[in-house]
Ligand binder design. Structure first.
Ligand SMILES: C[S@@+](CC[C@H](N)C(=O)[O-])C[C@H]1O[C@@H](n2cnc3c(N)ncnc32)[C@H](O)[C@@H]1O
Length: 290
């Protein structure tokens, strides 16, 4: 098996795959139904390469995401089913989930919503690690909902089909925490990696507007509507957007404690804020107050 793994590694490296040896081992592990560590041990014993290995390596060399080939994305302690039509959760979003989990730890029965849940990654991880929480998730894409439904059902998450800009109006003012990793890429910033550009759904990537900020702004407006006074909002964004997010939250006058957070590589990738206790939820009905 070692020779086949080496050949796969060369093939994947030539195709520009960033971690060719790891991916080769993970594909073999997937086919054998064992851990990657076990594959490395088997490789030393002269075991045969599993059937179907070359076909999977071919697909990976065509830059099909590893997680689409194995059918699973690992996110914190949760294994999520993923494939075509749903955004593959990213490691930096685990830091965003951590902010939610830390905040929820101080609350007895926190009510939490994840806006734009995709595969359900944040909602599932929070429900898993904060069992006393009531967790809701909102998603607009039917393709993503087809993945999120089965991923979230075991965790008792309440999943709603809806637009994050208008979702759950009947629950306005009732949430302790709102979290969102919305689409935020600017329209003209097409990602370089084929795994992203060709396989992540467009609807999961582009935030709207030249700066990609339309959906992040909509998530913040919804958070101000959905949270109780003193409630906590966490938003993931691109590094370049960190000052813009802080500025629009501060300028709105609705938020206090606006704080930028770094991911594990030190990039400003999330912002949290607390809904001011004297804030008045914005009028989303379009009717002016008398
Ligand atoms: C960047 S992905 C993040 C998915 C997931 N939260 C994660 O972190 O892995 C953004 C998600 O928002 C969804 N989305 C896009 N526009 C939306 C909208 N207007 N309302 C609700 N969800 C939306 C996309 O379908 C996608 O699943």
């Amino acid at each position: 098996m070692e020779e086949a793994l080496r050949a796969a590694e060369r093939r994947l490296r030539d195709a520009g795959v960033p971690s060719p040896r790891v991916d080769a081992e993970l594909l073999a592990a997937h086919l054998l139904g064992v851990s990657r560590g076990r594959v490395r041990a088997l490789a030393l014993t002269g075991a045969q390469v599993p059937e179907g290995f070359d076909a999977l390596v071919d697909e990976r060399a065509r830059r099909v995401p590893l997680q689409h080939l194995t059918g699973v994305a690992h996110f914190r302690r949760v294994d999520l089913a993923v494939g075509p039509g749903v955004f593959v959760p990213r490691p930096e979003t685990e830091t965003v989930a951590q902010l939610v989990i830390d905040r929820a730890a101080g609350l007895q029965h926190p009510k939490i919503v994840d806006l734009g849940t995709g595969s359900g990654a944040i909602a599932a991880a929070v429900a898993d690690e904060v069992p006393a929480a009531e967790v809701h998730a909102v998603e607009l894409s039917d393709l993503a909902l087809a993945w999120a439904g089965p991923n979230l059902a075991p965790f008792g998450v309440h999943l709603t089909r809806g637009d994050l800009a208008t979702a759950l109006p009947e629950q306005d003012g009732s949430f302790d925490i709102v979290v969102s990793n919305p689409p935020y890429i600017p329209a003209d910033a097409v990602p370089n990696e084929p795994e992203v550009a060709e396989h992540d759904p467009q609807m999961a990537l582009y935030g709207g507007g030249a700066d990609g900020m339309e959906l992040p702004r909509a998530a913040a407006s919804s958070a101000a509507r959905l949270l109780r006074p003193g409630g906590y909002f966490v938003l993931e964004h691109a590094e370049v957007q960190a000052p813009w997010v802080a500025a629009f939250l501060e300028r709105s006058g609705l938020w206090t404690a606006v704080t930028t957070h770094q991911d594990l590589s030190g990039r400003d990738r999330a912002t949290s804020a607390v809904l001011a206790t004297d804030s008045t939820p914005p009028d989303t009905t379009g009717k002016a107050a008398p």
